[in-house]
Design a protein around this ligand. Structure first.
Ligand code: PLP
Length: 253
């Protein structure tokens, strides 16, 4: 609920980059993502609002700005979109025609020390409201979960949403997390964003029951995992849990 477009963890992961870009000679940010990337969608809007030039490198050279309404919207917000074949994208090759001098590069999904720093503010926001024993969050690059365990110093349960445990473990090693972070790998549902009837039904029921929107890719997998852990008595009795809604709801426009 931070903002309709820069929602959930997107604002936290991007906020530290705004000042950095503004003091940088090029005032530009490059980042990477798929055709439906929440991260790039939020970044393009941030660029538009803060007058920062944004360049989005999109996976798939068969795509164009007209391939879906989000890409079109990102382009209208001023993001310069480049479509890369999958092999070049995997290697994160920045096309030669893009000027890269003094340009800030945000890795795919926003993982970096700068991104993790943006989670610090959450500590004060939460501490004012609740002292919890556990916090549960969806994990993509791990930026959010790492930031939480680093700054909140409470047991953090990360529900992994894609098959990248090794990457998360590597990312975590860059920080001193004192074993606060535990990653759960049972709720990936095959692979990233794979459609599942069980998950879709879970999200529909949850949305109707609580009037809180969740989507299957991140927050749906997270709440599904959380309920499963509760059912299996993972948490000691009377534990206080925070489930962190990381956004990802793209409102129709
Ligand atoms: C809605 C939503 N929740 C959670 C995540 C995962 O966050 P992180 O990459 O910080 O692990 C993402 C992806 O970035 C996301 O879009």
């Amino acid at each position: 609920m931070i903002h309709p477009i820069i929602s959930g963890n997107k604002w936290r992961k991007l906020k530290e980059y705004i000042g950095l870009a503004q003091i940088n000679a090029s005032n530009s940010i490059i980042s990477f993502g798929g055709a439906y990337s929440n991260h790039l969608y939020a970044l393009s809007y941030v660029g538009n609002q803060f007058n920062i030039k944004t360049i989005g490198i999109i996976r798939g050279n068969e795509l164009s700005i007209n391939s879906n309404s989000y890409l079109k919207q990102m382009s209208e917000w001023g993001m310069d979109l480049h479509f890369l074949d999958r092999e070049s994208y995997r290697k994160k090759i920045i096309p030669e025609e893009i000027e890269t001098e003094n340009v800030i590069v945000i890795p795919e999904g926003g993982f970096s020390k700068v991104g993790v720093l943006g989670l610090e503010g959450l500590k004060n926001e939460l501490n004012k409201q609740i002292q919890a024993d556990y916090i549960i969050t969806a994990v993509g690059t791990g930026t959010t979960a790492i930031g939480i365990s680093k700054f909140l110093k409470i047991k953090t349960i990360g529900i992994l949403t894609l098959n990248n445990l090794t990457e998360i473990e590597q990312n975590s090693q860059e920080f001193d997390l004192d074993n606060f972070l535990e990653i759960k790998t049972n709720y990936i549902f095959g692979k990233y964003a794979k459609d599942s009837q069980v998950l879709n039904e879970f999200c529909d029921t949850f949305n109707k029951k609580h009037q809180i929107l969740i989507e299957p890719t991140y927050t749906g997998r997270m709440f599904y995992g959380l309920y499963d852990l509760i059912r299996n008595n993972y948490f000691p009795k009377n534990s206080k849990l925070i489930a962190l809604h990381t956004g990802g709801i793209k409102l129709p426009h």
